[in-house]
Design a protein around this ligand. Structure first.
Ligand SMILES: *Cc1c(COP(=O)(O)O)cnc(C)c1O
Length: 801
């Protein structure tokens, strides 16, 4: 390959001409990107092969992370950094007259996910490989990822994301490892000398073809694998309408389903889930049997993680393989299965708990349904022994009930570990949502507070800040994020604080440039960049942020002596296509922006920016530029949040509620360095249980609230008839998310933020240092190490377990 810049340049020149069939001068950035991507993949291929060989020959315990989402973003920059050739390639290209950043721009985001859950999976892969841990991802290769959001007159339009249009340079198709996944048909039971055997007859098979993507550890020899399955027509084609079969089959890996709102296409989604788990389990078992003689030791060499309930059918699928294909008895199969799986719960919002109607489930997956029934019966039997006569409890805990399969119950009963994603979230699971399960098997429950890979969200996204950190404390923080705490010593270092200020200013310039290019609006880079970027959801309360802006608008308009330090409010958010309320909020932000930005009195103080198509690569540009990070969900609703951690690493100050991981951020930085406001989760849950909150009282008694809320519908805003449902949700609907209740403390904390930023600059800078210094805990390296040690029980590449 290449090991010097000169070798790289020669190899690159040669190759880009050969593969494009053009002279170098004629090649396009797209040709160049393609060539570079292929070169990087080949550069690490020997390590990839060696890692796999090592895992095989040392029979090391492996962990497989099953997830219906992987939100990877762009891979070129991270792969170059992790392979340790970023600077070499950047300089080499530059000498050839090519800007690496331009090639990075060309890559499409790999957006096979909706938001936090999928991004967490991506962060875990980076940490696993960097920590030399034998952990691999398994997911679906959706032809179209999360939709591309185009704003048209303030309305969200969804376009299919054609990320595969030019092929995917990082993947390797492995057609010889194709698995066959059965749907439909019927089950025949046979009595084979007193032993029952089961055969699924007349099934419709779908081929699952794996595409492998290398996951490169940061400056490590470890290269793990993300395997994505694509659905293709099988050789065992059913005897029926071939075109329809082809269409139905390909639909399975066509679209990622937006899961944050109402269900649509239930059957297709169930098909996707089984497709993922069946292909994955078959492949894991096959791989295991190629190295081990005894299937009965399977769980000693394999841990399979279920990321939320979408892959929970992996539990009955492993039972099916063990019993029907490998001839094990139920008890032995269950022993292996229930010692293999671990499950992470991601939400306590009851509308997000998956349930499948038996009438859909049973015909589509007849054998799996039989197994789920058997698991359910035995589980209820166990419950009966512990709680004799307590029918109510058993009914509430059953896996199948009222004609529905409850996926969370299946996941808990089949797993040896159940974890929440932040301390508060885990406590809520234990005390409320899954109370009975916790009482029954407390030893299964544990907490693993989420993290994000700082190698993406700091090292890659913010090279300016990374350089400053490395200059100050050396580069050990890149592999040992807790070392960031060494920055503490610079808290009073005037020179360091000055440099930090410059870094933030530089990043604000970059974002301002993007805003100018995308929105045609000039923003003042000396203003406070106040940022809320995340999926649009009622519980995340973008509406509270909006009402605060309306309040400021009113103040500025009504009182000519009123003045505040200038602020730029920056939003980015996609709404699930069927989530109409969320779409209205997006429209509201646009109408508000139009009024605020074009009012010469108001726009001296505030501006409102909505950046369309929020996604990983855009987040990497926005987050380093933020002064204020808005994490203002209704307490108890946000399981953890991970956006909050990315902002913290980049020196933004959090304005947040006592929710999710914000609480643990507070514990680490101290109350001086985070701006906390609003109801606690206990208070919210008490109101929800006992009542006692009347939003109208707040509306009537607080003039600021009344005037801000009235602005929604009084004709100030363009298309204001669109906002009546929002107005109604606050008053008629009694404000389910306590927006008006938290309004006053929110205004107060925002005033404090403005005051500190303007009048106590040095203190603000020290708060920034404290946040960066304490952010090491929120690296996914820490999270993954906890999973490895306490749940998966896996050792490092190179160590025998
Ligand atoms: C981190 C991330 C999220 C999750 O953000 P939260 O604020 O935790 O909801 C969603 N989308 C993208 C693109 C992200 O990078």
């Amino acid at each position: 390959m290449f090991s010097t810049k000169a070798e790289f340049k020669e190899a690159f020149l040669n190759r880009v001409e050969r593969t494009s069939g053009k002279s170098f001068a004629e090649t396009t950035p797209s040709d160049q990107f393609q060539t570079l991507g292929n070169m990087v993949r080949e550069y690490i291929s020997l390590n990839w092969i060696r890692t796999n060989e090592h895992y095989r020959s040392h029979r090391q315990k492996q962990v497989y992370y099953l997830s219906i989402e992987f939100l990877l973003g762009k891979l070129l920059g991270q792969n170059l950094l992790n392979a340790g050739i970023y600077d070499l390639v950047k300089e080499g290209l530059s000498e050839l007259g090519i800007q690496l950043s331009e090639l990075e721009e060309i890559e499409m985001d790999t957006a096979l996910g909706n938001g936090g859950l999928g991004r967490l999976a991506a962060c875990f892969l980076d940490s696993l490989a960097t920590l030399d841990l034998p952990g691999h991802g398994l997911g679906i290769r959706y032809k179209y990822g999360l939709f591309e959001q185009k704003m048209v007159n303030g309305y969200q339009v969804e376009l299919p994301e054609q990320w595969l249009k030019h092929g995917h340079v990082w993947e390797v198709r492995k057609a010889d490892l194709t698995m066959e996944v059965p749907f439909w048909g019927r089950v025949e039971t046979e009595n084979d000398n007193g032993r029952l055997t089961f055969h699924q007859l007349d099934a419709e098979y779908v081929s699952a073809v794996p595409y492998d993507i290398p996951v490169i550890g940061y400056k490590r020899k470890t290269v793990n694998t993300l395997r994505l399955w694509s659905a293709e027509p099988s050789r065992y084609m059913p005897n029926k309408d071939v075109m329809k079969y082809k269409k139905d089959t390909e639909a399975i890996s066509e679209f990622l389903y937006p899961d944050d709102a109402h269900d649509e296409g239930k059957i297709l989604r169930l098909k996707q889930q089984y497709f993922l788990v069946s292909a994955s389990i078959q492949s894991i078992v096959k791989n295991y049997l190629s190295q081990h003689k005894q299937i009965r030791d399977f769980h000693r060499y394999t841990a399979i993680h279920i990321n939320d309930t979408h892959p929970a059918l992996a539990i009955p699928e492993l039972m099916r393989i063990l019993i029907d294909k490998l001839g094990l008895g139920w008890d032995e199969a269950w022993h292996i299965t229930s010692h293999t799986f671990c499950y992470t719960n991601h939400t306590t919002l009851s509308e997000a708990l998956e349930r499948w109607p038996v009438r859909l489930f049973q015909p589509l997956l007849p054998r799996i349904y039989m197994i789920v029934q058997e698991i359910n019966e035995r589980f209820c039997q166990q419950l009966w022994e512990k709680y004799p006569g307590d029918w109510e409890r058993i009914e509430k805990m059953a896996i199948i009930s009222y004609g529905e399969v409850r996926m969370a119950h299946l996941a808990i009963s089949g797993s040896y570990s159940v974890n929440g994603v932040a301390k508060l979230h885990t406590e809520i699971l234990k005390k409320r949502e899954m109370k009975r399960f916790y009482e029954f098997q407390p030893e299964k429950f544990n907490n693993k507070t989420n993290g994000v890979t700082h190698r993406t969200w700091l090292l890659k996204a913010n090279p300016e800040l990374s350089h400053l950190i490395t200059e100050s404390i050396g580069n050990s923080w890149i592999r040992e994020p807790e070392k960031l705490s060494l920055l503490k010593q610079y808290e009073d270092d005037w020179l360091f604080l000055e440099q930090l200020k410059k870094v933030k200013a530089a990043r604000k310039e970059i974002l301002a440039e993007r805003i100018w290019k995308q929105n045609g609006i000039k923003v003042d880079t000396h203003s406070i960049f106040d940022v809320q970027v995340k999926r649009l959801h009622a519980y995340k309360r973008q509406l509270l942020n909006i009402l605060h802006i309306l309040y400021l608008y009113n103040r500025i308009r009504e009182d000519s002596t009123f003045s505040i330090y200038p602020r730029t409010f920056i939003f980015g958010a996609k709404a699930s296509p069927g989530y109409y309320y969320a779409k209205r909020i997006i429209k509201l932000i646009h109408s508000l922006a139009e009024i605020v930005n074009n009012d010469p009195i108001v726009n001296r103080f505030i501006k409102v920016i909505f950046l369309e198509n929020y996604r990983v690569s855009l987040a990497e540009e926005i987050i380093p530029a933020a002064d204020i990070s808005e994490q203002i969900s209704t307490a108890s609703k946000e399981a953890s949040g991970t956006g909050n951690m990315k902002f913290m690493m980049n020196g933004a100050i959090t304005v947040g509620t006592l929710d999710g991981a914000n609480i643990e951020m507070l514990e680490r930085v101290g109350s001086e360095s985070i701006l906390i406001f609003g109801l606690t989760s206990e208070e919210v849950m008490k109101f929800e249980k006992d009542g006692g909150y009347y939003s109208r009282e707040y509306y009537h008694h607080d003039k600021r609230i009344r005037r801000a809320v009235d602005r929604l519908v009084d004709g100030l805003l363009p298309d204001s008839e669109q906002f009546e449902v929002i107005y109604d949700s606050l008053l008629e609907g009694n404000d389910q998310y306590f927006v008006l209740k938290d309004f006053s403390p929110y205004v107060a904390i925002q005033e404090k933020a403005g005051y500190l930023y303007e009048k106590e600059q040095e203190r603000w800078l020290r708060m920034m240092v404290q946040n960066i210094a304490q952010s090491g805990y929120f690296s996914s390296d820490r999270t993954v190490q906890e999973y490895a040690k306490e749940i998966w029980k896996i050792g490092k590449y190179g160590n025998r377990d």
